[in-house]
Design a protein around this ligand. Structure first.
Ligand code: URA
Length: 220
C-alpha cells in the first residue's frame, strides 16, 4: 500500500482505534522489521488494556513463524511474546519436536494485552473479531518482512487473523493457506493447559507435538 503522507507516525497523528484502512492508507509500508516495530511500538493500542505493544521475536528469514493470540500478563510485563505458562509449554513441545525456538519467529495477532482490571488482577479478555482485524495489517506486514516458509496459527484467534474470518480449529487443523502463504493451523498451548483431566491433557499434548513435527518437516 503506497504511503500518502510519509514520515507521520501513528502516535504523532494520535489516531484513535480506527479501521485499518483509515489508519494505514497514510502509513508507508515499512521496509524492515525494525521500521515496522517502531510503528507498532508508537501506535495507540487498539484494544482496552496494556498501553505498550509486545513485538514479535526471532530472526527475519526464519523458516517458521508462529502466531499466537495476544500477549498475556507475563508477556506484557517482560515485553516478550510467549514467556508465560503457555510459552513454556510451547518451548517444551518445540524441543520434543526438534524445533529450536531461537531459530523461529514468534509473534501475536494482537500486539497489546487486552485485559480487565479486577482488584489487583489483570484478567485476560479475548479480542473480538473486529479488534483482530484492526491489527491484521501489522501482522501481514510482519509476515511479509520475515518471509517464513511456513506460518503457524496457534489457536482460533491467530487462524482468524490469518484467514480473515472466524475459523473452527478442530475442523481446520492441519495444512492451510493464508493468502497464498503456506500455513498450518493447530491448537493454542493455553488450550492444553486448561484441559482438566490429566490423561486427556497428555493425549492432547502429544497431538500438539505431532503437529509440530509435521510443521518442522513442512518447513524443512
Ligand atoms: N498467549 C499468546 O497467544 N501469546 C503470547 O505471547 C502468550 C500467550
Amino acid at each position: 500500500m503506497p504511503g500518502l503522507d510519509p514520515g507521520i507516525s501513528l502516535r504523532r497523528r494520535n489516531l484513535p482505534a480506527a479501521p485499518p484502512f483509515f489508519i494505514f492508507m497514510e502509513t508507508p509500508e515499512p521496509k524492515t522489521l525494525k521500521a515496522l516495530n517502531k510503528l507498532i511500538a508508537a501506535a495507540e493500542p487498539l484494544v482496552p488494556g496494556a498501553d505498550h505493544a509486545v513485538l514479535g521475536e526471532g530472526p527475519a528469514g526464519a523458516a517458521i513463524a508462529f502466531v499466537g493470540e495476544q500477549p498475556g500478563d507475563q508477556e506484557d510485563r517482560e515485553g516478550r511474546p510467549f514467556v508465560g505458562p503457555a510459552g513454556r509449554l510451547l518451548n517444551q513441545a518445540m524441543e520434543e519436536a526438534g524445533i529450536d525456538r531461537k531459530s523461529v519467529y514468534v509473534t501475536n495477532a494482537v500486539k497489546h494485552f487486552k485485559f480487565e482490571q479486577r482488584g489487583k488482577k489483570r484478567i485476560h479478555q479475548k479480542p473480538t473479531m473486529g479488534e483482530v482485524k484492526r491489527y491484521r495489517w501489522w501482522l501481514m506486514q510482519e509476515l511479509d518482512l520475515v518471509h517464513p516458509r511456513l506460518v503457524v496459527a496457534l489457536g482460533g484467534t491467530a487462524a482468524a487473523a490469518l484467514v480473515g474470518k472466524a475459523v473452527a480449529v478442530t475442523k481446520a487443523r492441519g495444512q492451510a493457506s493464508f493468502e497464498n502463504r503456506p500455513g498450518y493451523i493447530t491448537v493454542h498451548p493455553s488450550y492444553l493447559l486448561r484441559i482438566p483431566d490429566e490423561a486427556d491433557k497428555q493425549a492432547a499434548y502429544q497431538e500438539f507435538v505431532a503437529d509440530l513435527k509435521k510443521i518442522r518437516a513442512l518447513a524443512a
